[in-house]
Write a protein that binds this ligand. Structure first.
Ligand code: ADP
Ligand code: MG
Length: 316
């Protein structure tokens, strides 16, 4: 069988035949052309995924693709943006058709699920590396930034924490769980749900927002730094999934929830006046409060501050 050349590969595995009307030109030209509605701003974010760093080296290609797109799209949700498209820069050791077919199937499934079409990319030969750039839009002035948190705001999280770390432990054979829990964690790892509707809802409610990718302590720390405030977290309020919380000892569970990362939940701050409304929404949990000062402090259920907590993941 003749080996695939670069352009046949792009046509076969990376060309979307059903682009939505706002994509005027997609894959196949020097650049993509997008129509942006009046009074909107463009939101852009890029994320790189490497084997053994962001996913286990033996991860199935379809899962590599779904995970990369979901993780990248998470940044759009955190800004209150809705997706308009994404580009992919793919470095591959070889043009393996089976690998490419599975990767492409996963990528297009995730793109359809997130309503975020593939509009371009770049393909090169080398050690496996995947960068996804997502583009989104938000009405002018309504992007939710990290810098707006104020003393007195409550801190909220959009779902269970620690799932990312628990999933990694499961995939690496450090955690044994029943079938339903395995399915739950694998889904959370390969296709973490991205709640664009929540981001949109929060545009006029949240004072600051971030998606939890490096760990709650680290990411909430970024909000505090950008907003020049401090955060008080209630350890006992952090929501943990019933799928795994009884299978690990509680210091481990707390460590995963605080610093495990890869959760892709939205952590946001909002004035107290919105609390009743937020409480009534499914999955939103109040986990602490913003105060004057700097840094993130964690309190146990007796109100005692806990020290010696390690922060989130850092590449350098
Ligand atoms: P150029 O040399 O002008 O940068 P390329 O030859 O790299 O263009 O790519 C040709 C077209 O294919 C472009 O529209 C580019 O966006 C698209 N493309 C390249 N690789 C991919 C990929 N892996 N997925 C999607 N689109 C891709
Ligand atoms: Mg060109």
């Amino acid at each position: 069988m003749p080996t695939l050349d670069e352009f046949a590969l792009i046509r076969r595995f990376f060309t979307d035949a059903h682009l939505p009307p706002h994509i005027k030109t997609g894959v196949g030209d020097d650049g993509a052309v997008l129509a942006i509605p009046a009074n909107h701003k463009l939101v852009v974010s890029v994320d790189t995924q490497l084997p053994s760093v962001h996913f286990p080296a033996d991860t199935a290609p379809a899962h590599i693709a779904t995970r990369a797109l979901h993780c990248a799209a998470s940044d759009l949700a955190a800004m209150g943006a809705t997706p308009v498209g994404f580009t992919v820069a793919l470095t591959l050791p070889s043009a393996d058709e089976n690998w490419l077919a599975a990767f492409s199937t996963g990528l297009f499934a995730a793109a359809a699920h997130l309503q975020c079409p593939l509009i371009g990319g770049d393909t090169t030969r080398g050690a496996l590396c995947l960068s996804i750039q997502v583009l989104g839009i938000v009405p002018a002035g309504l992007a939710i930034k990290r810098s707006g948190a104020q003393a007195g705001d409550y801190i909220w999280i959009s779902g269970c924490l620690g799932d990312g770390a628990a999933a990694l432990a499961l995939l690496e054979g450090r955690l044994n769980l029943a079938e339903a829990a395995r399915v739950y964690l694998q889904e959370r790892f390969y296709s973490p749900e991205i709640d664009f509707d929540l981001g949109v809802y929060l545009r006029t409610i949240a004072t600051a927002c971030i998606d939890v990718s490096d760990g709650l302590l680290a990411d909430l720390g970024h909000v505090c730094t950008a907003s020049r405030v401090a955060a008080c977290l209630k350890l006992h309020a952090l929501p943990l999934s019933a799928h795994w919380r009884d299978a690990v000892d509680s210091p481990q569970a707390q460590q995963w929830a605080l610093a495990g990362g890869d959760d892709y939940r939205l952590c946001f701050t909002a004035p107290a006046i919105h609390s009743a409304l937020l409480q009534s929404r499914q999955n939103l949990v109040c986990i602490g409060e913003i105060v004057d000062g700097d840094g993130v402090t964690v309190f146990d259920k007796h109100g005692t501050s806990i020290s010696s907590l390690s922060a989130g993941f850092r590449h350098f």
